[in-house]
Design a protein around this ligand. Sequence first.
Ligand SMILES: Nc1ncnc2c1ncn2[C@@H]1O[C@H](COP(=O)(O)OP(=O)(O)OP(=O)(O)O)[C@@H](O)[C@H]1O
Length: 889
Amino acid sequence: MDDDGLIFNFATTNIAAPKASVAAAGKGKSQRWRDRVKSRQAAKHEDAKKEQHDTQNQKNTAAAASFKEKPTPQRQHIKFDSGGAQENETQKQQQEEVERLLGEMGKGSGGKTSTTGTGAGTGTASLPSAQAGKQIISSLFTKNPEIPKLARDGGQELRVSSNAAGDASFAGLGLDPDIVGFLSSKMEISNPTAIQTNAIPVLLGNDQAAQDGETGGDDDAFNFESSMKVEHDVFIQAATGSGKTLSYLLPIVHRILRATQTATSGGPASRELGTFAVILTPTRELAQQVYETTQTLVNMTVGQGAGGKKRLHWMVPGIVIGGDSKQSEKARLRKGVTILACTPGRLLDHLENTQAFCVDNLRWLVLDEADRLLELGFEDTLRKILALFEERAGQRRRVLGHSSVATSLELPRRRINVLCSATLRDNVRRLADEALVNPKFVSATSVYDNAEQAAEAARSRKRDRLMAEDIEDGRVGKRAHAYDGEDEDGEAQDGDEGQGDFAVPSQLVQKAVIVPAKLRLVTLVALLKNTLRQQPTSKIIVFLSCKDAVDFMYFMLSHGATQADGEQAGEGEAEFADDLFNTEEDAGDKGDDAGDSKKSRSHRPSGGRGGPQLTATDIHLQSNVFPGVKMFRLHGSMQQKQRTETFLAFSREQHASVLFTTDVAARGLDLPNVTSIVQYDAPTDLASYLHRVGRTARLGRVGHAHLFLLPSEAAYLTVLSERGLRPQDESVEAILRLAAKSEGTRRAAEWQLRAAEWQLVLERFVLSNITAMRLAKQAFLSSIRAYATHGASEKRIFHVRFLHFGHLAKAFALRETPAQVAEGKGNNQKAVEVKREKRVRREREEKERKKPRFVKGNEISEFAVGDVSAYYGPRVRRGAGAGSDDDSD
Ligand SMILES: Nc1ncnc2c1ncn2[C@@H]1O[C@H](COP(=O)(O)OP(=O)(O)OP(=O)(O)O)[C@@H](O)[C@H]1O
């Protein structure tokens, strides 16, 4: 009947009119579909089906092989790389192909796409156009591609943590006793981690090399001091959650503190000396986090004797980030900010346009998540920033001597550059070569004199691991090429390759689930159920490929279960839907603050921190699908204020909660006590994998991470394994069975019925709720587009032509055919009308309120109670007016 493999197994009576049909399907018909599922399970056609699958799989493999591309030597977003243009071209071609495929769906052409082998099928491309206007209710458990048998070992057992604090002491590293005391009494931080143990002495200028009499620094005026300290620029590389932030912040605070304590002439330390340290981060949330940590640190009290302890009033942290009010930032910079956390676009803006921003005394420039800064294309901005700092440093020499603090021997004699990264990739190495002076490469295991030494040590660790694995598996020498960082043809591996393993915390339990597209949604629901039941205070992060998918999952898994069939969106939901439009555009929502670039300026409606108050439901929703659980969402297109508050609220949350997010939350964010990560959409590069899973298992704590892959993506596990990432295999069936069992399903065979029920509830919700329908369609289309952004080297695994659009639609609880979805392009006509009606009504009410009312004095009693706001003009609506902030960053 259909050639796309979809089966009409549920109520097949007319369900074209959503509300009526849903009610019908929901009441009295459940017995019927249950029977049908059962009988299907018992059907004797399994052999025939299997044969069909085998044929399909052969096609799939052939298709995959035909798309196998040699990895191009460079990655896509790194403009430092000469091969980027070629990759961008491939990217463009695929984007065009996606648009063409979506276009064909939209026209309902029904023609085959140009693909020859398409994995599980060609989705809508093969849908007969006669089906347009119908809904498809397909079985969850039939016509799925076979899940490949994975020749993997049992994966990793729980190991001793690799990023916990060790036995060394902060005092032993040379830190000020007041700082050490404050860390242990107020921050519960008693011993340094391995990376802190290695990095802090170097940044204090107290490392061994210094004692050996090495000289450093390039400032002739101060050569006479060179016997005191040796200054190195530093590259800090360590696993996620190992405490990199404090490894650079503590020496900065210590040295500024010492400079003020030892100053013997001139005025006291003051904000007027301007900015001593700039910390640049790729995302606003990370900048926020660095700012908060600095804020905590400068709350310490220092000093002793007659004067007693004093707060560090003059050491002032600050933050300047895109999306915030530039005027208030200017005011803060004018007063003076000692340690500044910022994103690159906004920093450059202030350097160029804020006269009062004083960086004459700048002594540290830290690039946190340096590799990501480069991937986001900030290298030109960084160059300009560096040039401006150089220019101002000249001015500093002229003012030296006017301030004793600024000339203190405790401070570095030149600006120290610090690069932080969890990986040692080619792009950061090149930046290190270009920007670092007299550098040290500091890892958790050692301190190296140059990048090559560090890379060789990493390669050697990888060699040892591969050999040990091969010996264990009885295949010694089979991967000898990889021992030397080459691919199978003997060519040097690109970018990430050849640089050693990706280090994830050893106590992280990684799992991979191969999930057929149709089962993705219910498997996610089941996995969340299981995790929340096993650990009732779980904090879970679900990573998705695009903001539309985030909005959809957040909305559906918050409201999904209770919405009665046919019920329209409630007022609260309608407001939420409105808010979804009230977002900040960013450059394709790659997840980070690409929106910091000029591209997005004109679209930002609002932002400033001083904007209107947000209510609790702007930050989180109570889930009806998972009772008692708070749902959060975070992506780059939300208003800045909402982003910041969501980040802070999820960070502080102590109870069961789920955060749906894009890669905006993947990097550097320290969200305490996250117990579990779900990568519902695979990451678009290996480094993202590392950073996403790194949001859990921090500082020695146990964490769990699940990666969802389609059957056609199973080869990704080999890619991971080559880099030392070996997730355990977990089956969809095991997850669904466990969730069914926890709901009281007694008979083992009924787990499929349970799963079908969950899917049905969500599909009905989407059918009956205009907002959910619109979000589902947008999410479906955007996810396909996002799929096309996988790098060229991974196209043989993640190619949009391997996707079965029809099956994928089910993962968005859609019953419409992909053609119908594409035709509507997500703009549900009814939703648009409702929105228009609401706007008209609102405008009418507003007009009504604005009408001048001539009130006689005695009309308002001085004892009147109730709402007199009408007399004082219209209330400012949420979001209104905030757009007057200068949004350009
Ligand atoms: N020595 C320590 N002992 C205990 N906790 C610490 C220590 N150092 C840092 N922490 C805490 O550990 C958490 C993680 O630190 P941080 O965010 O700096 O890690 P990171 O290495 O930068 O991670 P990522 O690579 O993910 O950005 C923070 O909450 C921090 O306060």
